[in-house]
Design a protein around this ligand. Structure first.
Ligand code: ATP
Ligand code: MG
Length: 567
């Protein structure tokens, strides 16, 4: 490609609302252009990167025997009614009616459609397993589209679905997909972690997320400093505490604690470690139909993990509750306790089971109980409710947990029969019995990956593409195109690169050197060959974008050097 004929509208202006480097640089370097909130046009360079990522995905899927399909983006709403997801998805699902008044949705994911493809077509275990996927536009009317391609409303996803006769076979395919996803991210040149994830409302047994490590990531991960364990904090576990603070000595009593409401005040007042206090967090749990206040009890030294809390009561969402609402229920903020609690539904954290020497609210203004033995609670709901903290013990080894940030670029899931059962997609097993398909699902954010590469690879000048994602590997830049000999040399090099199948762009624009250089850096080609005055002495220079190194080479050795650098 000749730069003079390309369409790469670079600019110094950042989009108004842009905070992330990927959002800023992909816009400034002319890869994408925003159309409306969460909607983006891919310009020629952006399309090339997208295509490269897709190609790597397609190659790895083919190597695993997965079959590519292409399903209609417009999906009949009936399928969503059958699965029961039409309400659950809420406003993210864009619905509309056609001229005959039939209701449709724009596919935000394609479980239902994929099930409908095999339903009544695959009828016997002999036709299984099957793994089908597509790379396709998705639409989710996200509440807060932001960060450019990272959280868009229209985006490209690779979504794959596998169908099995047994759970063992699903396990095998799940492992194969995990390995394939790992290879894809390795080939893209990304540093990542595969972590245990929350299975959320969908349920299922195994769920893993592929996280590209970047400080701008929206997800917090707990990773072990010693072993391979890693989990999204929404699902992270920790080993039981080994160092237990010394227990306060107190027999059971009701104590006047005037205006002592916070855990900090309480532990100071009694001179006890917050470990021995019981924290009450009241939130309103929102369900498909209606809502109710719920109290979550955890140790005072811990923090509530909201996703865990939400799952423990099967809610869609948890929202704040006002003091007025609490008063209406008859709860006194700061003094809410678990003993004889009959005013509100509650869940206790696993770590409070049979806890002794505890201090908790007496459900009465200005009073707490001390010396509480929680084993008297008996048969009440317990769940893992707490967020693992930095320094907590790894659940697998002696190591300690650290926190790091990640961008979720993929999510793989063992679905079981969650969709096939309600959609009545069944096959006959070896014994001639009808069974719903056992399914797995494998998603990857293709357009989000374009941004993730830049989040991990950029500097203050712009993008730094990895070799496999670069729109062009080599930029041949002529400092001054009026120098005929320089232009001729560059033309020849450009042609040679072409014959060696190295993707190159020739910057033959009638522009100043500085202007071209800043474009080259902003766009982020891995290598820029600078053809300038030095050519009169038989030299050219190669700028290595990732390291900013400037290498001087003999003009007739440049192909050898580039081949070596590209590797
Ligand atoms: P998130 O937690 O980031 O909202 P999700 O869990 O809703 O994502 P999945 O349903 O698991 O996403 O979709 C599979 C993949 O699609 C995600 O791992 C992510 O890479 C990508 N993806 C999801 N939502 C978006 C979006 N709004 N914009 C771009 N990519 C997205
Ligand atoms: Mg997900």
């Amino acid at each position: 490609m000749r730069f003079s004929r390309a369409y790469i509208p670079t600019t110094k202006e950042s989009p108004k609302d842009a905070q992330l480097p990927s959002h800023i640089y992909l816009s400034r370097a002319g890869f994408v252009a925003q159309v409306a909130s969460g909607l983006y046009n891919f310009l020629p360079l952006g399309k090339r990167v997208l295509r490269k990522i897709e190609t790597i995905i397609n190659e790895e899927m083919a190597a695993c025997g997965a079959l590519e399909v292409d399903l209609s983006f417009v999906t009949p709403a009936e399928l969503w009614q059958e699965s029961g997801r039409i309400e659950k998805f809420g406003k993210e699902l864009l619905r509309f009616r056609d001229r005959k008044d039939n209701l449709f949705v724009l596919g935000p994911t394609h479980e239902e459609m994929m099930v409908s493809i095999v339903r009544n077509r695959i009828t016997s275990y002999k036709q299984l397993p099957l793994n089908v996927y597509q790379v396709k536009t998705k639409f989710r009317d996200e509440a807060r589209p932001r960060f450019g391609l990272m959280r868009a409303r229209e985006f490209v996803m690779k979504d794959g679905y596998s169908f099995h006769a047994t759970t063992e076979d699903l396990d095998r395919e799940f492992d194969a997909m995990e390995a394939a996803y790992k290879r894809i991210l390795e080939r893209l040149g990304l540093t990542f972690r595969i972590v245990e994830a929350d299975s959320g409302a969908i349920g299922g047994t195994g769920s893993k997320e592929l996280m590209v490590l970047a400080s701008s990531g929206e997800d917090t991960l707990a990773v072990c400093d010693t072993c391979e364990y890693g989990a999204n904090v929404e699902a992270a576990r920790r080993s039981p505490r080994v160092v237990i603070p010394e227990a306060p000595e107190a027999t059971f009593a009701k104590f006047k604690t005037p205006n002592i409401k916070s855990i900090e005040d309480l532990s100071n007042f009694f001179h006890v470690d917050p470990y021995y206090t019981l924290k009450a967090v009241v939130l309103r749990a929102v369900y498909e139909e209606g809502s109710e206040p719920v109290c979550f009890f955890i140790r005072g030294c811990d923090e509530l993990q909201e996703v865990k809390a939400r799952n423990s009561v099967g809610a869609i969402d948890l929202v704040d509750i006002s003091e007025a609402e609490l008063a209406e229920i008859g709860l006194v903020p700061g003094f809410i306790g678990a003993l004889d609690q009959d005013k509100i539904r509650f869940v206790m954290d696993n770590d409070t089971r049979n806890a002794t020497s505890m201090i908790c609210g007496a459900n009465e203004a200005d009073y707490h109980f001390v010396g509480v033995d929680l084993s008297v609670m008996g048969d009440v709901p317990f769940a893992d409710l707490v967020a693992v903290a930095i320094g907590d013990g790894c659940p697998h080894c002696e190591g300690k947990l650290l926190h790091t940030k990640g961008i979720e670029v993929g999510h793989i899931f063992k679905l079981g029969t969650v969709y096939s059962a309600p959609l009545k997609a069944e096959f006959l097993d070896e014994n001639g019995r009808s069974q719903p398909f056992i399914m797995g699902t494998y998603g990857m954010g293709v357009s989000r990956l374009v941004a993730a590469v830049i989040e991990q690879h950029h500097d203050e000048k712009g993008c730094i593409w990895t070799h496999t994602t670069a729109p062009y590997m080599v930029n041949v830049m002529v400092s001054n195109i009026k120098e005929e000999a320089h232009l001729a040399y560059a033309e020849e090099l450009y042609a040679t690169l072409g014959t060696h199948k190295i993707e190159a762009i020739l910057d033959d624009r009638k522009e100043r050197f500085g202007f071209k250089m800043s474009d080259a850096e902003l766009i982020g080609f891995p290598f820029t060959v600078i053809v300038g005055k030095e050519l009169n002495n038989g030299h050219v220079q190669i700028l290595v974008r990732a390291t900013s190194e400037m290498i001087t080479v003999d003009a007739d050795k440049v192909m050898e050097k580039l081949t070596e650098l590209i590797g």
